[in-house]
Design a protein around this ligand. Structure first.
Ligand code: MG
Length: 251
C-alpha cells in the first residue's frame, strides 16, 4: 500500500470523524472513577458512537472483541474491556478508540489518572502527551516522516523513559491502518517526505521503565516486560501547507 493523499472532501469527512471521536473521549473522561469497569466504559462509548450514526472501528478488527482498547497500569495497548476489570484509586487507565464516519476513520488515545496517582506517574503521563506535541512540530510539508519519530524519541528519552518499539503509529483514512508506519523511536533513515493531505495517527506509547513489551496469552493485551507503568497518547492529524491540523483535538 502506498501513502494516500486525501482530497479536501476526504479531509472534511476525517475532520468530522475526528471531531465526533473527541466528543466520545470527552464523555468517557467524565466517567473515569474508582469502581467503574472497563466493560462499562466500552458499553457507554459504543452506545455514544452508534448514536452519532458512526461505527466503532476497533470492534471485530482482526477479531478484536470490543469497541475500545482499555489498558490499566502496566498494560500498554490492546487491552480487552471486561466486567471484572474495575478501576481503582491510583490506577493509570488508557482509552484508545476510533470510529468510522462516512467511510473515514479516526483514531485517538488518552491516559487518565484514577483519583490520585504518584508524582512519577503524573510525570509519565505529561511527558507522553507532550511527546506527541514535540513530534508534530515536525509534521510539516517538506519535512520527513522520521523527523517526527526522532523528536518524540529524543524528548521522551531525555526523561529516562522507555519508548515502545514493537508498536507504531500509522497512516489512516478509508482504512484504520494505512501506510506509512509512524515509529516513535529514533530512525536512521529520514522516511517519506511529508506532503499536504497526508493523514497520520501519531501515538507515542511510553514506559516508565524499559521499552520492552510482551503479549499476554489472549493474543491482544500488550504489557511492559518489566511490569512498569505505561502511558499512551494519540491523535489523528493532517499535514497541511502550514501547521498540522489535529483532527481529534480542538484548541
Ligand atoms: Mg492508532
Amino acid at each position: 500500500m502506498s501513502v494516500s493523499i486525501k482530497s479536501a472532501n476526504e479531509i472534511a469527512c476525517m475532520r468530522q470523524a475526528g471531531h465526533l471521536l473527541e466528543q466520545v473521549h470527552d464523555y468517557l473522561a467524565t466517567l473515569i472513577a474508582p469502581g467503574i469497569s472497563t466493560w462499562e466504559l466500552d458499553r457507554e462509548g459504543e452506545k455514544l458512537i452508534r448514536s452519532m450514526g458512526c461505527v466503532p472501528n476497533f470492534l471485530n478488527y482482526n477479531g478484536f472483541p470490543a469497541s475500545f482498547c482499555i489498558c490499566i497500569n502496566d498494560e500498554v495497548v490492546h487491552g480487552i474491556p471486561a466486567k471484572g476489570r474495575i478501576l481503582k484509586e491510583g490506577d493509570l487507565v488508557k482509552l484508545d478508540a476510533g470510529l468510522i464516519y462516512k467511510g473515514y476513520h479516526s483514531d485517538a488515545a488518552r491516559t487518565y489518572a484514577v483519583g490520585k496517582v504518584s508524582d512519577e506517574a503524573m510525570k509519565l503521563m505529561q511527558v507522553t502527551k507532550q511527546s506527541f506535541f514535540e513530534g508534530i512540530k515536525f509534521a510539516k510539508a517538506g519535512g520527513h516522516l522520521h523527523d517526527i519519530s526522532n523528536a518524540i524519541s529524543d524528548y521522551v528519552e531525555s526523561f529516562g523513559f522507555g519508548v515502545v518499539r514493537d508498536l507504531v503509529g500509522h497512516g489512516i483514512g478509508t482504512h484504520l491502518h494505512e501506510d506509512p508506519q509512524v515509529p516513535n523511536f529514533r530512525q536512521k533513515r529520514r522516511g517519506v517526505r511529508l506532503v499536504p493531505g497526508m493523514t497520520l495517527a501519531i501515538e507515542p506509547m511510553i514506559n516508565m521503565g524499559r521499552a520492552d513489551v510482551l503479549w499476554l496469552d489472549d493474543d491482544w493485551t500488550v504489557v511492559t516486560m518489566d511490569g512498569s507503568l505505561s502511558a499512551h497518547y494519540e491523535n489523528t492529524i493532517v499535514i497541511t501547507d502550514g501547521e498540522p491540523e489535529i483532527l481529534t483535538l480542538s484548541e
